[in-house]
Design a protein around this ligand. Structure first.
Ligand code: TTP
Ligand code: MG
Length: 346
């Protein structure tokens, strides 16, 4: 099994550099415009000063006073991301989108010389979109992701079975996919800082302290990760709709259904660990006419209460007093992984 993991370099900042070449090679970040705003990302010139994602603007400016902070243009990044994924799809029919700038590709069907083909992919993305990405090649997802991070930016790295475990031993535990900040702290409290330390722990101990996650780490650092590349990216939207027991003109009745749909959708988002930028309201009239309205937001949402706020705006645009309605539906699209943190921009 051969898997590629690809991740665009300093994605939002790189898209801004395409529009503003004057900031190329100069420290630049994208995020909130006030000092108490938060950065989504920074280009590599800014990272040299220690500036990084999720850092408050005032802190970034104290590290790098000449830092230029550009405002977010979410639609532009989504559009650029779509362009990149169009190119990726020409290299594999199995592309699993993990986030706006990250994907796994199953490449078993490539006719050999995987490394050359991976460089071809990097070149195709650069030629067609102007963006660079880093590519990791390995035989499972965990190692492919680790490899893509190895030589960022514009990197390529390959991890084979012969590299395991030696290559992994010096790494910090946080590098093991699935070890979050909290688990890392818990591990540190147990005196476990590196993969080498983690290697000393047996399966039962890890299960006892970290449940199933512990077993996954145990396997992953030994090069075992059975997760398959599943083109979840095919799921373009997540939605639910309901036919009313009896067609109704009463907005209050319609809202009781809409609220239920939002709760159901929130549950689905939590189950699938996703969130979305675009919310759509759909209604069907007694005469079988369908009306839909959508709104694309600055930040992805998954909570019912956030959906309701958006739908309160959309509802008057589809509802007419003189009509009766037999169906309502709510759909979330432009989906992304929920592990990308939601940040508030001031
Ligand atoms: P990342 O791939 O994590 O970061 P990056 O592409 O900017 O840099 P790298 O070269 O290290 O891959 O995230 C992709 C984009 O997602 C990033 O450009 C901005 C956005 N983002 C947020 O909005 N909030 C966050 O906390 C992070 C980490 C990223
Ligand atoms: Mg990236």
């Amino acid at each position: 099994m051969k898997i590629l993991h690809v991740d665009l370099d300093a994605f939002y900042a790189s898209v801004e550099e395409l529009d503003h070449p004057e900031y190329k090679n100069k420290p630049m970040a994208v995020g909130g415009q006030r000092d108490d705003g938060i950065l989504t990302t920074a280009n590599y010139a800014a990272r040299a000063y220690g500036v990084h994602s999720a850092m408050p603007v005032f802190m970034a400016k104290s590290l790098c006073p000449q830092l230029k902070v550009l405002p977010l243009h979410r639609e532009k990044y989504l559009e650029k991301s779509r362009e990149v994924f169009e190119v990726l799809k020409t290299f594999s029919p199995l592309v699993e989108q993990v986030s706006i700038d990250e994907a796994y590709l199953a490449i078993d069907h490539w006719p050999g010389d995987y490394e050359k083909r991976a460089w071809d992919l990097k070149k195709a993305v650069k030629d067609k979109t102007g963006l660079t990405l880093s590519v990791g090649l390995s035989y499972n997802k965990f190692l492919a992701k680790l490899a893509s991070d190895w030589k960022k930016p514009d990197g390529f790295f390959m991890i084979g079975p012969q590299d395991i475990p030696d290559l992994l031993l010096p790494l910090k535990v946080e590098k093991v996919h699935g070890v979050g900040q909290k688990s890392a702290e818990k591990l540190k409290a147990l005196g476990i800082y590196t993969v080498q330390d983690l290697y000393q722990l047996d399966r039962a101990f890890l299960y006892q302290h970290f449940n199933k996650a512990g077993i996954q780490w145990y396997d992953r650092i030994r090069g075992i990760d059975p997760r398959e590349v599943s083109p979840s990216g095919k799921r373009k939207s997540l939605g639910t709709e309901t036919t009313l027991e009896r067609a109704s003109q009463d907005p209050e009745v319609l809202w009781t259904y809409i609220l239920d749909l939002c709760r159901e959708l929130e549950g689905d988002c939590l189950d699938k660990n996703i969130q979305g930028y675009t919310l759509t309201l759909k209604v069907k009239t007694g005469k079988f006419k369908t009306h839909t309205r959508s709104r694309t937001l600055e930040l992805p949402i998954y909570r019912a209460e956030d959906m309701v706020l958006v739908l309160e705006d959309l509802f008057p645009e589809v509802y007419q007093k003189t009509e009766s309605y037999r169906l309502v539906g709510v759909t979330l699209s432009n989906l992304m992984d929920r592990s990308i943190r939601q940040l508030t921009f001031l």
